[in-house]
Design a protein around this ligand. Structure first.
Ligand code: SAH
Length: 203
């Protein structure tokens, strides 16, 4: 495992500037978040199937999205499409608390179990439709979306950002699928289109 982890970190380092993010990737045991049969590949820089036709994201993409959110230790974060719980686990190393929301009940239950077993106690997983956000714990300093919205980011999510809050999400339009970074300012949202990515659709 150690060799796989070191190799992954070497691969990520040229593309990720934030050392805290690299340390978070190194600290989260990705092998626990993938199906047992794929454990050997857990430290490869690739997405992997996690059942129910969903995938655990590529480590580089997880690292990049975490970096773009510019997290501070006091931040409260919403993770939409928690899947295996891996991305939430990496986020949890960089902030105060993560609320995860996952549509698929079986995945949500498994993610919650995996997180507890990995000794991570600052992630709460909820079953539900994350396109509506999670109003009861809003506003969030940061929102991470791990499934692609068509056309635009669900307005409910942007509305649950705190002032100065950041949101990162894959968005599909006529030109394909891209990461979009949103920053909430007084009176308006600043949206920046970034690199192409591939995620499963937000339902
Ligand atoms: N972040 C995950 C992988 C994301 S795959 C990880 O680290 O493993 C995308 C996930 O989004 C899938 O698990 C899918 O079930 C979930 N999803 C899709 N639409 C959703 C919605 N509207 N609300 C909540 N979860 C959703």
């Amino acid at each position: 495992m150690k060799r796989g982890r070191d190799r992954l970190l070497t691969q990520l380092r040229p593309q990720i500037d934030d050392e805290r993010v690299l340390q978070a990737i190194a600290a989260v045991p990705r092998d626990r978040f993938v199906p047992a049969a794929l454990r050997r590949d857990a430290w490869e820089n690739v997405p992997l199937p996690i059942g129910s036709e969903q995938t655990i994201s590529q480590p580089l993409v997880v690292a990049r999205m975490c970096e773009l959110l510019e997290l501070r230790p006091s931040d409260r974060v919403l993770d939409v499409g928690t899947g295996s719980g891996y991305h939430a686990a990496v986020l949890s190393r960089l902030c105060h608390h993560v609320w995860g929301i996952e549509l698929h009940e079986q995945l949500a239950r498994r993610a919650a179990r995996t997180l507890v077993r990995a000794g991570i106690d600052n992630v709460t997983v909820t079953i539900g439709d994350g396109a509506a956000g999670l109003a009861e714990h809003a506003p969030y300093d940061a929102i991470n979306v791990a499934a692609t919205a068509g056309g635009e980011i669900p307005p409910a999510l942007e509305q649950q950002l705190a002032l100065g809050g950041r949101l990162i999400a894959p968005v599909a339009d006529d030109h394909g699928e891209h990461l979009v970074l949103v920053r909430r300012h007084e009176g308006h949202f600043e949206r920046t289109r970034l690199e192409p990515v591939r995620f499963v659709p937000l339902r």
